[in-house]
Unconditional design. Sequence first.
Length: 259
Amino acid sequence: MKQMNKNLYKVLSVTKWAENLFSFKVKRPSNFKFKSGEFLMIGLYDDNKKPILRAYSICSPNWSEELEFYSIIVKNGPLTSKLKNIKENDGIILMTKSTGTLILDSIKAGERLFLFSTGTGFAPFASLIRDPELYEKFDKIILTHTCRNKIELAYSSQIIEECNTNELIKEFTQDKLTYYQTTTREDTAYIGRITDRIMNNSFYQDLSIKKIDSKNDRAMICGSNEFNNDLKNILLDLNFEEGATNKPGDFVLEKAFVG
Ligand code: A2P
């Protein structure tokens, strides 16, 4: 039994990806159901035994027996300045009720699904791209991830590697999943903000794909408020309509959570 006391669950492993980025896994509580792309509240107790809770996207797909979370360390952040020290076998608070708009129910069917992310906004897409249902609904999935530096792409690169090599996952991602990573403050193959690369067409040229259009394509966005707004405006200009969980649309967005 992994539950230590009410709402407290045992950490299975912790991985450090960069000075300010880490991920950790918790055994999935029995009876906990969620939709790929959703988030829930996790946290720790402070020195006065009061819980500090923050929303975190579940990186794991809905069939996984583990729940993985990907976190940035916020300087003086009430939760992450404590969370950064967690280790295997420590207890973590998990509120087993998930929600969120970045789920398949929020978007209409289409040919291609574009998933646009920056920073820890990759987390909900780590879940979705490993869910076979995504590939039943769309012919092609095009996932973009933009970070300042190359090292910040390590976690997403590893998830993509798993999609391309894990026998079970590969079966549905093969020939359907495209990953496009850009950096803005360090030289890599593709430099610059995704919004700029969309507007100057280099995004389409690099991947040899046709331009995104609201008739055939759908999109999900997850990053900072500014990023979400800029990309939303690009899509609105192309006649995309925003959806919600109770009203599927052409695109949905959610702010990447930081603690
Ligand atoms: P940039 O370095 O040009 O600000 P952050 O770490 O600030 O959350 O940013 C993560 C990544 O998202 C960075 O590469 C950053 O680029 C990019 N970014 C931030 N704001 C926007 C925006 N409004 N539109 C597109 N990309 C953005």
